[in-house]
Design a protein around this ligand. Structure first.
Ligand SMILES: Nc1ncnc2c1ncn2[C@@H]1O[C@H](COP(=O)(O)OP(=O)(O)OP(=O)(O)O)[C@@H](O)[C@H]1O
Ligand SMILES: [Mg+2]
Length: 326
């Protein structure tokens, strides 16, 4: 079986680091933003759809991509009928260009690449198909490409997360969800290490160093840097490089109490200190009956209840995202 025909069992893809190469001649998306978070049902699609609407309403050109290859439903969050052309048509080579599967959403400047509706899912996307898709996503000539990720921490989900310029981690203000979000971030970080050092055992060495021992808490990536400096300066520098280029943004969804709205910055600063990761905070969105009411009415939240607490929170998140450019 040819290498690119092999099912992706962890084949390594090159991801961008912060230090960008010279501008490419091809047009490319100004920002690819992935919306993930490990668990299902936490609001990834709600955030993606309404962030897309908010950014487009603010004047940006946006493409929303339903990258939840097994459970595509982004069109429902947008309030559009199931499109006839989907990502499958591009991945399975029924069309040549990603632009050929863009469908209108009714919102000016916002187009959708609908998710696969056939046997294609994250588990059986082949390595060659994935690299081609990731490459083409980067060449869309728009201001933002938003990727709505599926649940879980499979390599395909993590690779979509890592290929983005900005990775958003959605979590609920509950201990279980915060743990899941951290697990997702850690899995993405190790996947990134693997991509930076695919040919040696650097990543596994770091993984061993970070694993809990005798019931003691695991070392943080920062501790590992300090340890590595004693024995292997080059490995320490590589780990520092990996840390520097990895800065997910946390978004709290379904906030009910004052404490829920405040928890994001607390979690971010604790994780920064404890793990040495450069995390950012994107904002909090209220738990709001308007959300499920809009879903049931097959309308987007922004259209069904633009004044609702959740819609207002999502608008603020969009503002925060735009502010990152400044
Ligand atoms: N802020 C909110 N307020 C109230 N309900 C919410 C909110 N966010 C999400 N929900 C509810 O959770 C449901 C699931 O949200 P969504 O489909 O966006 O999750 P998801 O993370 O994309 O899930 P999956 O991984 O299964 O695709 C929504 O249909 C809605 O009913
Ligand atoms: Mg979803």
């Amino acid at each position: 079986m040819a290498e690119n025909e092999a099912l992706d069992q962890g084949a390594v893809i090159e991801f961008p680091t912060r230090s960008r190469a010279a501008p490419k001649p091809k047009p490319r998306a100004r920002r690819v933003v992935a919306i993930g978070g490990g668990k299902g049902g936490i609001g990834k699609s709600l955030v993606s759809a309404n962030l897309g609407l908010a950014l487009a309403a603010r004047g940006s050109k946006v493409v929303l991509v339903d990258a939840d290859l097994g459970g595509a439903n982004l069109h429902t969050c947008l309030g559009v009928p199931q499109p006839r052309v989907t990502l499958s048509d591009f991945v399975e080579k029924r069309v040549d260009r990603l632009e050929d599967v863009l469908v209108p959403t009714g919102q000016e400047r916002l187009e959708l690449v609908s998710g696969a509706m056939d046997e294609l899912d994250a588990a059986n996307l082949k390595h060659g198909q994935k690299t081609k898709l990731l490459r083409h996503l980067k060449t869309l000539d728009v201001d933002y490409v938003l990727l709505d990720l599926g649940a879980g921490t499979s390599f395909n989900v993590l690779d979509f997360f890592l290929v983005a310029d900005l990775g958003v981690v959605v979590m609920l203000p509950e201990p279980t969800s915060i743990e899941n979000a951290y697990r997702f971030i850690k899995a993405a970080f190790f996947r990134r290490l693997q991509t930076l050092a695919p040919d040696d055992d650097f990543a596994s060495m770091v993984a061993r160093a970070l694993a809990p021992r005798d019931g003691q808490l695991a070392m943080t990536p920062l501790d590992v840097v300090v340890e590595l400096r004693k024995t292997d300066l080059e490995a320490a520098a590589r780990l520092e490089h990996a840390l520097a280029g990895f800065s997910p943004l946390v978004l709290v969804n379904q906030a009910r109490t004052r404490g829920d709205f405040d928890i994001g910055p607390t979690v971010v600063s604790a994780w920064k200190k404890f793990f040495g990761l450069e995390l950012g905070y994107l904002g909090a969105v209220a738990h709001d009956d308007a959300v499920w009411q809009a879903v049931r009415a097959r309308q987007s939240l922004m259209k069904a209840a633009p004044q609702s607490a959740a819609a207002t929170g999502l608008l603020r998140v969009a503002e925060n995202l735009i502010a990152l450019e400044r």
